[in-house]
Design a protein around this ligand. Structure first.
Ligand code: CUA
Length: 302
């Protein structure tokens, strides 16, 4: 995004410079050109000038519309991740960044990504509002407790880039920094496969699903007391109160922590809450497990 953001920024800068110089120049020029030469001279009465009035209304209107349309197109490009992305989960907490790759690889204050692939961060916070900011990529997004926000970028050059927290979050906010390490795809693969203990996030989620006994109710057979989760992610479901909801990360999260908020039609609101029983990371693992059950094509990490 850096090129597009910079182009717009420098356009605005050039535009401001041009008009500042034009206005300041005209003030000086007219002050000298029409200065009072004789203490008894009287100014001429002006009756307005239609062409000038229309000109200085229409021209700024066109310029501001150019800025609006250009800015909106950059904004949409930044806010809409492409369909195929490398997904990485982010949990912010006072005062560190925790990253987890789908393969299970975890890191703190360092984020390794491959060059040339769109990366989507799915982010939440354990405590207060934080904000991921990678100045070199020109991207920034709030990380909010209780919900998932996204940020995407496509690194174009290998290297190490600063990562900052851009939302005041307490005493050591200024120390809540890190690095994005952009690697060649082959190096990234080597990094990813080195040092992974345990399985992927989905595997960890599956284990948790059994440990928490979720599978006693969410099952594909007739003993099911909760919705079958297979192929559910990304689908629309009908709720008991008649509304419909798309099964996304936020809905899964809410259904684990506050199950009776949006009960699926045909089921009793009998699921207990898991608030306080699962950490943010475990929630993400459960979500990743449910995603892995989906019939939708899943984006692979390799
Ligand atoms: Cu986290 Cu500022």
């Amino acid at each position: 995004m850096a090129g597009r953001v910079d182009a717009l920024y420098f356009f605005l800068l050039a535009l401001s410079t041009f008009f500042s110089l034009l206005i300041a120049g005209l003030i000086v020029f007219y002050a000298i050109r029409y200065r009072r030469r004789d203490p008894l001279s009287v100014g001429v009465v002006l009756h307005g000038m239609m062409a000038l009035e229309i000109g200085w209304t229409v021209i700024p209107f066109i310029i501001s519309m150019v800025i609006f349309v250009w800015g909106a197109s950059v904004f949409f490009a930044i806010s809409r991740p492409p369909d195929e992305t490398l997904n990485i989960y982010v949990v912010g907490k006072q005062w560190m960044w925790k990253f987890q790759h789908l393969d299970g690889q975890r890191e703190i204050n360092e984020l390794h990504v491959p060059v040339g692939r769109p990366v989507k961060l799915i982010m939440t916070s354990e405590d207060v509002i934080h904000d991921v900011f990678v100045p070199a990529f020109r991207v920034k997004a709030d990380v909010i407790p209780g919900r998932y926000t996204n940020l995407w970028f496509q690194p174009t050059k290998p290297g190490r880039y600063h990562l900052f927290c851009a939302e005041y979050c307490g005493t050591r906010h200024s120390g809540m920094t890190g690095e994005v390490i952009v690697m060649e795809p082959s190096e990234f693969q080597a990094w990813l496969s080195g040092g992974v203990q345990g399985g992927s996030m989905a595997d960890a989620g599956q284990k948790l699903f059994v440990d928490l006994a979720c599978n006693t109710c969410h099952r594909p057979d007739s003993l099911a007391r909760g919705p079958n989760l297979e192929g559910l992610f990304g689908k629309q479901v009908q709720l008991a109160d008649g509304r419909t909801v798309v099964v996304d990360e936020s809905y899964l999260r809410e259904s684990i922590l506050n199950p009776n908020a949006k009960t699926v039609a045909g089921f009793q609101p009998i699921m207990p809450t898991f608030q306080g029983l699962v950490t943010e990371e475990q929630l993400l693992e459960l979500i990743e497990y449910v995603k892995s059950l989906s019939a939708l094509p899943q984006v692979q990490t390799r």
